[in-house]
Design a protein around this ligand. Structure first.
Ligand SMILES: CC(C)(COP(=O)(O)OP(=O)(O)OC[C@H]1O[C@@H](n2cnc3c(N)ncnc32)[C@H](O)[C@@H]1OP(=O)(O)O)[C@@H](O)C(=O)NCCC(=O)NCCS
Length: 291
């Protein structure tokens, strides 16, 4: 059974807060929400309160409407679970799984793809094995075949045994998760990948806040690359994102206003970011860990 974590943040308020140009209001609300511990994972804020967990019986899978659903799941599962998921994979996915050298990597791939198929199958009311994927010029997967017309979009990311998925209708989506680790967050890497503004913001942080700031920046930039589907064809210094703690996740420059950015903590030790277009939307966060 899926466990469903629903944001308690009122949808209208959330939409208003997400609207471009409301940065001042957002800052005020974030400070107030952090004080009262009512903030859920919508912002880069610490997500101290995780929201209500509900059984999936309350979920209307075929009625996603204008919402954006954000899932997370642990990838390390027992062999029995992996074996149950594997038959739903396509021949190409099975071949890809077989190319992994280490069993752990292979199992994580099977779990991530198998769960993607299970989730999309529930939204589309179809068997997971029947779903067809095609890939864009730079590798972005999308639903094809008879489900192309469903206009259901998705994107996924995985890091150190955790997967995140974004699912919505008629929106381009990009999601990125990273395990926060000091060894990957050096200033030389920041200078190579980040814009001048981002490097300067990172340097303004006290040393103990820099690793998390680095990954806020990385995931937000990566989520944008993934939302466009262009990957590294987009120059990384051509746009800037916020990264300072307790400030909203937002684009600072170089991005068309149609793109929205949100950030959250899917699990302790991880940061994640989501980019979507199509106007402000209501985000809901779910866990598939009991699946
Ligand atoms: C491939 C890329 C999309 C992301 O790679 P990544 O961060 O290693 O991997 P993630 O776990 O976040 O995402 C992988 C998933 O994204 C999806 N994906 C692949 N290509 C994609 C693309 N062009 N656009 C969007 N999604 C894509 C796939 O579903 C993939 O999952 P899979 O293993 O099931 O096939 C691409 O952006 C890339 O190569 N990035 C390099 C990293 C980098 O330099 N980032 C700079 C940030 S400052």
């Amino acid at each position: 059974m899926f466990r469903v974590r629903v944001s308690k943040y009122p949808e209208q308020a959330e939409a208003a807060l997400l609207a471009p140009g409301n940065a001042g209001l957002r800052r005020k609300m974030i400070r107030s929400a952090l004080r009262s511990s009512k903030m859920l994972g919508v912002w880069s804020a610490s997500g101290r309160q995780r929201g209500e967990v509900q059984p999936d019986s309350s979920m209307q899978w075929d009625r996603i409407e204008d919402e954006i659903h954000v899932w997370h799941a642990a990838l390390d599962r027992d062999e029995k679970t992996i074996k149950q998921l594997e038959p739903a994979l396509s021949l190409g996915e099975k071949a890809r799984a077989a190319r992994f050298h280490f069993a752990n990597d292979r199992n994580r791939f099977i779990r991530a793809r198998g769960l993607l198929r299970e989730l999309l199958g529930k939204y589309l009311q179809q068997a997971p094995a029947s779903l067809e994927f095609s890939y864009g010029k730079h590798g972005k997967p999308y639903l094809s075949g008879e489900n192309l017309s469903s206009e259901l979009h998705f994107n996924l990311s995985h890091s150190a045994g955790l997967a995140v998925y974004a699912i919505a209708k008629k929106r381009n989506l990009g999601i990125d998760v990273e395990h926060v680790r000091a060894e990957a967050a050096g200033e030389d890497i920041a200078r190579r990948y980040f814009s001048a503004r981002e490097v300067s913001d990172l340097r303004s942080l006290p040393p103990e806040a820099r690793v998390e700031g680095f990954f806020h920046c990385w995931t937000r930039k990566e989520a944008f690359l993934k939302a466009t589907g262009m990957g590294l064809q987009i120059a990384l210094d051509s746009f800037a994102v916020s990264l300072l703690p307790e400030t909203p996740a937002e684009f600072l420059s170089g991005v068309e206003p149609r793109w929205q950015l949100a950030a959250y903590h899917p699990a302790p030790g991880y940061v994640a970011a989501l980019v979507y277009d199509g106007g402000p939307g209501s985000l809901k966060y779910f866990s598939a860990d009991s699946q």
